[in-house]
Design a protein around this ligand. Structure first.
Ligand code: SF4
Length: 45
């Protein structure tokens, strides 16, 4: 679902990681996740 391939699946029961070098913050993954497992947070500067 990530157009930039930034979501890394860690296998059954091990959830996900994100490669922030590729993530552009579009929130498509959070919008499309059928489980609601991904939440977006504002970046702090
Ligand atoms: S926010 Fe966008 S670019 Fe980042 S992981 Fe989700 S779908 Fe990919």
């Amino acid at each position: 679902m990530c157009p930039d391939n930034a979501v890394i699946k860690l296998g059954p029961g091990n959830r996900l990681r994100f490669n922030y070098d590729y993530c552009k913050g579009c929130s498509l993954c959070a919008t499309e996740c059928p489980c609601g497992a991904i939440r977006m947070k504002n970046e702090t500067i």
